[in-house]
Design a protein around this ligand. Structure first.
Ligand SMILES: Nc1ncnc2c1ncn2[C@@H]1O[C@H](COP(=O)(O)OP(=O)(O)OP(=O)(O)O)[C@@H](O)[C@H]1O
Length: 252
């Protein structure tokens, strides 16, 4: 059974149909990336999946007792507020010291517990947000453009960290990203959204799909190939087999 699924999901905000008849599901351990132009409904889909938005029609189903770890796009911290990383991870509930330390270690910032939040670099800050999302040992990690503001190597390093976390903890990962060339190759499945699911499948299938190219052009292909070359992890699936489960349909 899938961790979260949506059936014929339609979301209307302020009278505007933001998503129409979207079907989606994510299984245990999968990495799924949602791509799409600005305003295509990516954040709205995430918010509907976690239950923060009520569908106008359709349904969202979550597995019983599902633990969700959410990494937001960014978070404003009052620059005048003295707050250490450890203090931040103990908000709003105090956590056992070992839980905080383990989460920081898993997020690749085990040495930063005593640092002030306002002194962190962009990449360190996002890792601390990742650590916070890992505190409850989530079944699924949901990231909404979590690498905004990071440069390309920084974003790539962050996504490699996510991949390591997934391997270690076995959680599924659902992310929205604009870093197409960086994240796509690391995903099991990519969903291309534009108010509806216009294209879905393995990264290769989506990158080649006319619907995807119409939205993003072909320019990302080179960087995409480069990243695949650098990406040394092996994923335990057979790409030929996966092709059986992919489709791209241009129906709007
Ligand atoms: N609270 C809201 N009230 C009204 N309209 C909203 C609200 N939130 C989002 N929208 C609209 O819904 C549409 C989809 O927004 P959403 O944030 O889901 O897109 P997105 O794909 O995540 O965009 P981006 O890539 O720019 O973050 C946009 O047209 C946006 O203006």
């Amino acid at each position: 059974m899938s961790l979260i699924s949506a059936q014929n999901l339609t979301i209307v905000l302020n009278g505007q149909t933001v998503l129409k008849n979207v079907n989606f599901s994510i299984n245990r351990g999968e990495i799924v990336t949602i791509v799409g132009p600005n305003g295509s409904g990516k954040s709205s889909l995430l918010r509907a999946l976690i239950g923060a938005l009520t569908p106008a029609s359709g349904t969202v189903t979550r597995a019983d007792n599902l633990r969700i770890g959410y990494v937001p796009q960014k978070l404003q911290i009052d620059a005048t507020l003295p707050l250490t990383v450890r203090g931040f991870l103990n908000l709003p509930h105090r956590q056992p010291r070992t839980v905080v330390e383990n989460a920081l270690k898993k997020a690749g910032v085990g040495d930063l517990a005593k640092r002030q939040m306002v002194d962190l670099s962009g990449g360190q800050f996002q890792r601390v947000l990742l650590a916070r999302a890992l505190l409850n040992a989530p079944d699924i990690l949901i990231l909404d453009e979590a690498t905004q503001g990071l440069d390309q190597p920084g974003a790539a390093a962050f996504y490699r960290q996510i991949d390591d976390v997934r391997r270690e903890m076995g959680c599924a990962v659902l992310m929205v990203s604009h870093d197409l060339h960086v994240v796509m190759a690391a995903s099991d499945r990519v969903v291309c959204l534009n108010g509806h699911v216009c294209c879905e499948g393995t990264p290769e299938i989506v990158a080649d799909a006319p619907e995807y190219r119409a939205l993003f052009g072909t320019g990302t292909q080179g960087a995409f190939a480069l990243y695949r070359h650098e990406h040394t992890h092996s994923h335990d699936h057979d790409p030929d087999h996966d092709h059986d489960h992919t489709h791209c349909d241009g129906a709007h």
